[in-house]
Design a protein around this ligand. Sequence first.
Ligand SMILES: NC(=O)c1ccc[n+]([C@@H]2O[C@H](COP(=O)([O-])OP(=O)(O)OC[C@H]3O[C@@H](n4cnc5c(N)ncnc54)[C@H](OP(=O)(O)O)[C@@H]3O)[C@@H](O)[C@H]2O)c1
Length: 292
Amino acid sequence: MDDREASYGPRMTQTQKALVTGATGTVGRQVVAELLARGHAVRALTRDAARAVLPAGVEVAEGDLTRPDSLASALEGVTGLHLITFGGAAFTPLETGPRILELARSAGVRRITVLHGGGPTPLEDSVRAADGVDWTVLMPVEFMANALEWADGIIASGEVREPFVARLSAMVHEGDIGAVAAVALTEEGHGHQEYVITGPEVLTVGDKVATIAAELGRDIALVELTEEQALAQWRAEYLPEDVIGFLLQAYGNTPEVGRTVSGTVEKVTGRPARTFAQWAAEHADSFKERRS
Ligand SMILES: NC(=O)c1ccc[n+]([C@@H]2O[C@H](COP(=O)([O-])OP(=O)(O)OC[C@H]3O[C@@H](n4cnc5c(N)ncnc54)[C@H](OP(=O)(O)O)[C@@H]3O)[C@@H](O)[C@H]2O)c1
């Protein structure tokens, strides 16, 4: 085993406590679950505790990242902090990083993970510049959960309508982002690192649709949209223009990093990254007609 391998991998750690922001979201929910699974204590931040659905055993704290002083009591007694870079439904980049970092340091936070927002953000810059904390930037590629956007079309008409169907993606299971975060928040050796987090394989849109069809035991048609048709569809869904621009770039000209397997999940957690077939089996019910 070389030095690099020795610094990774699972090892027994003392129980620690982390504050997870974005805890009701796609990734944060998984950070919470993976910390709990490793026996750590979790405090979950939400803007609305009455609405938040969180697992048993999690301490729920109300706070708003756009008002950093609202986080002061939530930060008391935690050694780890998982951060998102945005506040609000429109993914507005947070400008409150310096104050959040000041509060975190004075509360005794030693390790911070930050979920990269697909480009530079002021909050991530603040984390990278922080003295006296071990920070880890989590840079996942496309989430497997994005396939949930196909559920309505599959249920209603047995079809998926997408542009750029030949595009390649090393898409990652959200649980594996959570697992990498949980390790980085509680174990030594992950400070001052950027981790590109991917799944174990590179798939086309057709591969993904075929995987869901096999899981459901039914045919699903894949209809390729032109760029113009995709633009019209996204605008009809009221996606903001900057998000549409991002999608066109990410789907039409996927950068190499988005279509290359990184191996980070196995190196950091000691377990292989989960496949899209595993994800599809876990989420099969989401693609079936709901009977109430
Ligand atoms: N989709 C992809 O393929 C992909 C790939 C790579 C990176 N990303 C990045 O992943 C991020 C999105 O993560 P996600 O999908 O897990 O998010 P999400 O499911 O949309 O969840 C949003 C979370 O943010 C919290 N939140 C929003 N505003 C807040 C505020 N002002 N104060 C405190 N909490 C606030 C919400 O908490 P409450 O509502 O409970 O308060 C919720 O838990 C983006 O930065 C995106 O760029 C996405």
